[in-house]
Ligand binder design. Structure first.
Ligand code: GTQ
Length: 261
């Protein structure tokens, strides 16, 4: 009777839920799962025949964790999807409080524009779209382009902090030459007047450079028994992660190697 009475006053006893709130160890609904690119690719090609990138705004198939279906999450704190931009298509300019990372899975030469600068995307490139940065995508090549999108959507939702708007244009005005941010920040140098920021000023961490570093490490250093050769994508302004809400790294595992559980 007491529980019923206080329930009407929007109160509930802690002692019935304490064990579920304050658990001795993490209790996650998240399950291990692997999505195969050939299956994702086939479904995406089908989606390509059903809806244009412009109609969809973003033509993406969300990778939903089997333990978290219906929540648009790949893990409890991360969103992931695979985006397809076909030759001649554009994904119109918008911005939002969520940060995005892109990891190119197939294709070469489509672009992402971020804050007035275009970057050409190639297989293995790691491209970032910081929070509230205008961004649009386009494919002027003659082949489809696929990339993995990772966003901090669950973190932003948790904080009730989603804001977004559209530019009303397919593409934002380009004000800086392609490659400018890499020239400014990609060689252990930075402009004299660069201000510190928790977000990396680099738009693209090109795969050829990351691969070159990993190969040099492989030749010169023993692998970590668990991680192999692993390098973090960093923000040159503060040495922290490229995106503050999502740690990212690239990892080389030697052929035939296994890691301990
Ligand atoms: O490219 O802006 O997969 O806003 C999900 C939401 C991609 C994007 C996604 C997005 C984007």
């Amino acid at each position: 009777a007491f529980y019923d009475r206080i329930d009407k006053q929007h109160m509930t006893p802690l002692w019935n839920v304490l064990g579920d709130l304050v658990t001795p160890e993490p209790r996650s609904g998240c399950q291990p799962f692997a999505w195969r690119f050939d299956e994702i690719r086939a479904a995406m090609v089908e989606a390509g025949g059903l809806i244009t990138a412009k109609e969809a705004e973003r033509r993406v198939l969300i990778l939903e964790n089997p333990g978290l279906r219906g929540q648009s999450k790949i893990t409890t704190s991360m969103y992931a999807g695979v985006q397809l931009v076909l030759p001649g298509e554009v994904a119109p300019a918008h911005r939002h409080t969520q940060s995005a990372l892109r990891f190119v899975l197939e294709g070469e030469g489509a672009h992402t524009a971020v804050n007035g600068e275009k970057t050409m995307m190639r297989y293995g490139d790691f491209v970032i779209t910081p929070h509230m940065a205008w961004h649009d995508h386009g494919n002027e090549t003659d082949a489809p382009m696929f990339w993995l999108d990772g966003l901090d959507i669950p973190v932003v939702s948790f904080l009730d902090a989603s804001f977004a708007d559209g530019l009303g244009e397919d593409a934002q005005p380009i004000t800086r030459p392609t490659g400018q941010s890499l020239a400014e920040f990609g060689n252990n140098l930075m402009p004299d007047n660069a201000e510190r920021s928790i977000v990396s000023p680099l738009l693209n961490y090109p795969y050829d450079r990351s691969r070159e570093s990993l190969e040099a490490l492989r030749r010169g250093a023993d692998p970590d028994p668990c991680h192999g050769w692993k390098l973090r994508y960093t923000n040159p302004l503060d040495g922290g992660d490229a995106i503050p809400t999502m740690g990212t790294a690239i990892q080389l595992l030697g052929a035939g190697s296994t890691t301990p559980f």
